[in-house]
Design a protein around this ligand. Structure first.
Ligand SMILES: Nc1ncnc2c1ncn2[C@@H]1O[C@H](COP(=O)(O)OP(=O)(O)OP(=O)(O)O)[C@@H](O)[C@H]1O
Ligand SMILES: [Mg+2]
Length: 231
């Protein structure tokens, strides 16, 4: 019989195994982007594969670090506007025809470790779209509020009863009726954002809609007036 593995070793093992195919998907995307030449649409799809692989790899980095806190940190950075647009692309892919859009201008900011923020916003937007009819608008809005970066996901969907709102962050709590409701989206969002020093807030009125907000403090130093060349 083998030596029993600790939970951290199991986590590190899964993160390690997930990282390999992701690296291959990323490099296939890069090669594809090079060979497609002037076909703009295919090139954009190939670059989206590269960017999404980067997001997923930065989640894998976080998993590896929580399993092995002393190993050197890999820091990937991403522009906020690129993260938000990838969220829109992914959620529209998951829910074709949904009315998800970005509202207002996006502050010019660089985010350290874009992967977790990307995953959190995909979860919040996924919830918002699921709670809405296809024609009901769902918007993402990012703004600087003093030192804080606030990102709101607004919907005008079914909203939450008091009981649902109180339980919404509980792991495995779900009101979804489909075959695979995990009930892990919001509890994961909270854990990820709190590990970044921020918080997730919910405001919801039954039959009127919901606002899920991510608040990340201390962003003043990250503000850039313009993108460096090549972005
Ligand atoms: N925007 C929203 N509008 C209405 N209800 C919501 C909204 N977001 C979350 N909820 C409620 O909170 C519950 C928990 O959400 P959570 O994202 O954690 O799990 P889930 O969406 O059910 O499953 P998954 O693990 O696939 O995300 C949902 O089942 C739903 O009842
Ligand atoms: Mg969810």
């Amino acid at each position: 019989m083998g030596v029993p593995r600790t939970e951290k070793q199991v986590l590190a093992g899964w993160a390690h195994d997930l990282g390999k195919p992701l690296q291959v998907i990323r490099s296939h995307g890069q090669r594809l982007a090079k060979v497609v030449g002037s076909d703009r649409q295919t090139r954009e799809l190939a670059l989206a594969i590269v960017a999404l692989s980067d997001d997923a790899l930065s989640v894998v980095d976080c998993l590896m670090e929580s399993a092995r806190p002393n190993q050197p940190r890999v820091v990937r950075r991403g522009w906020l506007h690129a993260i938000l647009w990838r969220v829109v692309v992914v959620v529209r892919e998951l829910h074709p025809g949904c009315a998800l859009r970005i509202r207002g201008s996006i502050p010019v900011l660089e985010i350290e470790r874009p992967g977790p923020l990307f995953s959190v916003l995909v979860n919040l937007a996924d919830n918002a779209v699921r709670a809405s009819d296809r024609c009901q608008p769902v918007t993402i809005r990012a703004r600087l509020n003093g030192d804080d970066l606030a990102i709101d996901v607004n919907d005008r969907g079914v909203g939450m009863s008091d009981i649902v709102r109180k339980r919404a962050f509980e792991p495995y709590f779900s009101t979804r009726k489909d075959s695979r409701p995990a009930g892990l989206g919001l509890s994961e969002c909270r854990a990820q954002i709190e590990s970044m020093g921020g918080r997730v807030e919910l405001e919801s009125v039954e039959a009127k809609g919901t606002r899920a907000s991510v608040i990340l403090p201390g962003f003043t130093n990250h503000v850039r007036n313009r993108f460096p060349s090549g972005v």
